[in-house]
Design a protein around this ligand. Structure first.
Ligand SMILES: NC(=O)c1ccc[n+]([C@@H]2O[C@H](COP(=O)([O-])OP(=O)(O)OC[C@H]3O[C@@H](n4cnc5c(N)ncnc54)[C@H](O)[C@@H]3O)[C@@H](O)[C@H]2O)c1
Length: 251
């Protein structure tokens, strides 16, 4: 990652913050883009001070193509280039499908699916001469259906297909596109779901053959690999970091 410039959406907290920190410690310069602009800036300042690398925080709602473009512009303005992105911004709002309000459906699709496309599109335009690598954070829900998550599951499955389409379309530009799909990760998002009674920690541990929640560094390991030269012949793939969740089909 030495001197690579990577933009990370959703880098203010959870998985995105861990990925940003990891990339900086591996020598990258990181643009932390997040709806929470204050936390994005604070994370960037703390990480840059700790590692002696450069990092900037940019406020951004990835459901806005213009704001995604502004992130890409900021990356190139500050660091002179853009080598890759990690799209990690996301929301989780379980709700019964029969009563799910249309605006809630639309917001989920806007952020999780359209946002992933807008962020990738805006940034890829700056990688056309040099090539680059894109990693979308999807979920086991790209493959496995959960009740009360119609919009979330549909959006994540959409991003898994988007991964394949962009991979084959942009291969000739030298841009690789892959996805990392975690099972439940121990982050604020999961803690909020546990606190709201949507799922319990015991249920999660029982359902995962390796018997624990994923930790953010588990996801960062996979992302770092897919961004690196070690994955130079890998594109269009979804790598599930799920402790065996998707493989498990028994009682
Ligand atoms: N936590 C899990 O168990 C889990 C499992 C599978 C996949 N994921 C996915 O991983 C990603 C990160 O999840 P997390 O657990 O770190 O969540 P989190 O809530 O801890 O962090 C999400 C971040 O995204 C930002 N964000 C939300 N909407 C945004 C928008 N419109 N534009 C820009 N930033 C926005 C938030 O401000 C926050 O900083 C999400 O895409 C989520 O769907 C999470």
């Amino acid at each position: 990652m030495k001197d690579k410039v990577i933009a990370v959406s959703g880098g203010a907290s959870g998985i995105g913050a861990e990925i940003s920190s990891r990339l900086i410690s591996e020598g990258a310069h990181v643009v932390i883009a997040d709806l929470n602009s204050a936390q994005a800036a604070a994370n960037a300042a703390a990480m840059a001070a700790r590692e002696g690398q450069r990092a900037i925080g940019v406020g951004c709602d990835i459901s806005s193509p213009e704001q995604c473009e502004a992130v890409a512009e900021a990356a190139v303005r500050h660091f002179g280039k853009l080598d890759g992105i990690v799209n990690c911004a996301g929301i989780s709002r379980p709700h019964d499908s029969l009563t799910l309000p249309a605006p809630d459906w639309a917001r989920m699709i806007d952020v999780q699916l359209s946002g992933a496309f807008y962020f990738a599109q805006a940034c890829a335009r700056y990688m056309l001469d040099t090539g680059g690598a894109i990693v979308f954070i999807t979920s086991t829900n790209a493959e496995a259906a959960f009740p009360r998550r119609a919009a979330y599951c549909s959006a994540k499955a959409g991003v898994a297909m988007l991964t394949k389409v962009l991979a084959i379309e942009w291969a000739e530009k030298g841009i690789r596109v892959n996805a990392v799909g975690p099972a439940y990760v121990a982050t604020d998002m999961t803690l909020r779901n546990i606190a709201a009674g949507n799922v319990s920690e015991d249920q999660i541990k029982r359902r995962i053959p390796l018997g624990r929640l994923a930790q953010p560094p588990d996801v960062a390991d996979a992302v770092s690999f897919l961004l690196s030269e070690k994955a130079s012949f890998i594109t269009g793939q979804s790598l599930y970091v799920d402790g065996g969740w998707l493989a498990y089909g028994y009682f």
